[in-house]
Every structure is written in C-alpha cells, then in structure tokens.
Design a protein around this ligand. Structure first.
Ligand SMILES: [Zn+2]
Length: 132
C-alpha cells in the first residue's frame, strides 16, 4: 500500500520535537553545565550571557537544565517553520511517499456486522449490498 504524506499536523510535530528536545537538551545541558561549571571545559560556555566557566557544578547543572529547556522550545518553534514549509511544498510537488505493509483493515457489513471477504459486493451472511 502506497501512501503520501500530504500534510503534517503542527501539534503532533510540536509535542514530539519538544519531548525529544527536553530529554536530549536537559541530559546534555546537565552534563555540559556540570563540566563547564567545574572548570573542565576549556572554553567559556555561557547561557544568556551568563558565563558558566568555573562557576561551580551546581550552578552549571541548573543553567544546563535552563539551557536544555530553552533549546527544546527553540527547536520546537523552528520545527513549526519546517512543517509550514513542508505542507506548502507538498501541496506543490507532492509529499513524501511511504509504503505500508500489513493486513488490510477488514470490511464489516454495515447491516449485520459480518466480516466481509475482500472483494464481496454482497454480504454472504445477510445478502445486503455492500458495494466495493
Ligand atoms: Zn450482512
């Protein structure tokens, strides 16, 4: 089964990117912040103009969390621009094509609820016309 992604939902991308960004951003932020705060990182690492270099591990960790959250929000906002551009471009030249494999959802007779054979025109159970 071939499908085409015509339009991407903004909110679905936003919450996904935000979640990934928060996890990755905070983990990296805490590690980098702790190292920088302890003075292990040779270059000055600052968040919002506040230098972390040699400022202490605790301060580095706190700023790392803040930096991670800011980074995640920024990434989520930037991703909205990509979604907007994707939807725009997909409307012009067609979206990403994906091929899905798996069982076809079986059709059910609207009259009696019988599970229909794939090519049935009439329900074998009650005889109602189910079309194709
Ligand atoms: Zn039926």
């Amino acid at each position: 089964m071939k499908y085409e992604i015509k339009r991407i939902g903004y909110f679905s991308v936003f919450k996904l990117v935000l979640t990934i960004g928060l996890v990755v951003g905070i983990v990296l932020g805490v590690i980098l912040g702790a190292l920088t705060g302890a003075g292990f990182v040779p270059y000055g690492n600052s968040i919002g103009g506040i230098s972390l270099r040699g400022a202490g591990v605790a301060f580095g960790v706190i700023m790392g969390v803040v930096g991670g959250i800011l980074w995640a929000i920024l990434a989520a906002i930037v991703s909205m621009i990509y979604v907007f551009l994707y939807n725009l471009a997909a409307g012009l030249v067609g979206g990403i094509e994906v091929e899905l494999e798996g069982e076809k959802p079986s059709r059910i007779c609207p009259n009696c609820g019988y599970k229909l054979p794939e090519d049935a025109e009439f329900c074998p159970n009650c005889g109602a016309k189910v079309g194709l």
